[in-house]
Design a protein around this ligand. Structure first.
Ligand code: S3P
Length: 171
């Protein structure tokens, strides 16, 4: 069993995957962490020194590597992973237990505005321009996110509540 969590930056993928992994006694693979370990660079460093195209190629390569691991696991993707290199098609060749953590624009802005430097795609966007940027970005990405088997609204929910919902949908 491989469970895949996806969603926009700051949708809670990492926190939910950790608790879900504990609840189901499954190991958790965070794709961003996996890329950082393999490349021996942080994500912002990869973007800065090699550029986004290189990052997307590596992201696809390492996603495949993770999916090919036979053992049951929870995989937390990067926010852009579903939107490049036919990655959703690839994921569904391995599992249909895919969950889109859906978060409103307002909530995303609240969560990312104080930690923009960790996120290369929005680090140079001013606070003032953030709502428009995120609104457009989410609109473009939605078609990919919606390919997930399940969609879970995360606004006003605790990580525990989201994990309960995922477990119910798995049964
Ligand atoms: C990205 C999201 C990031 C990371 C990279 C690109 C994106 O992951 O993979 O900065 O394209 O949305 P998180 O969603 O975990 O922040």
């Amino acid at each position: 069993m491989t469970i895949v969590l996806l969603g926009y930056m700051a949708s809670g993928k990492t926190a939910v995957s950790k608790l879900l992994g504990t609840a189901l006694e499954l190991p958790v693979v965070d794709l961003d962490d996996y890329i950082e370990q393999k490349e021996r660079k942080s994500i912002p460093e990869i973007f800065e020194t090699k550029g986004e195209i290189y990052f997307r190629k590596k992201e696809h390569q390492y996603l495949k590597e993770v999916l090919e691991m036979q053992e049951p696991k929870v995989v937390s993707l990067g926010g852009g992973t579903p939107c490049y290199a036919n990655n959703m098609k690839l994921i569904h060749e391995y599992t249909t237990d895919t969950f889109y953590l859906r978060t409103s624009i307002k909530e995303i802005i609240n969560r990312v505005k104080d930690e923009k430097s960790k996120r290369p795609l929005i680090s140079t966007i001013s606070d003032e321009d953030l709502p428009e940027f995120i609104g457009k970005h989410l609109f473009e990405r939605n078609a990919f996110y919606q390919q997930a088997t399940h969609s879970i609204l995360t606004d006003h929910k605790t990580v525990e509540e989201i994990v309960v919902e995922i477990k119910q949908l798995l049964n």
